[in-house]
Write a protein that binds this ligand. Sequence first.
Ligand SMILES: [Mg+2]
Length: 174
Amino acid sequence: MKEIVMLDVDETVVSNYIDWTNWYRDQTGDEIDFKTSQNVEDAMVDHKIDPLDYWKQKDLYDNKSPINGAKLVINKYKKYFDFVFVSNCFSEHMDSKQRFLKKCFGDIPFINTNSKEYVKCDIFIDDRHYYLHNVKEKQPNTECIQIKALYNKPQEGYSYLDWNEIDEFLQERI
Ligand SMILES: [Mg+2]
């Protein structure tokens, strides 16, 4: 039986981080140095606009490209693993997100939930410690990998890998 690999979407296979700060600048005229802030929400403290409105764009993913290496690695290992995308969506952008995933990665199942810990998997890849922690707690035998993202730092207890390193990891796991 193939192992199940649960994949996060945002900042794991596609990045919104820079687009989000650019959007904020376009809306408010303010610059945000995203590299000095833990997360974009914290950086947008002036409340000129709700930063979460970014995620309500109906065409949010229509012109995006996958993060370097993600498309190559996922398509390379499709025949060896059962991949599933699990992402927490705003209803406004969900169709656009699914169109993007289908265009880049083909027919991989998609689940919209914030409760990722209830999706059974052997390997879990996500940028956020919150989700890694929740999955590890409910599924202690799952290999939880934190993907290297622009803003995050390695967390104790998790591998911290980019897509080239995930390529090597999956190769050894076949
Ligand atoms: Mg993410």
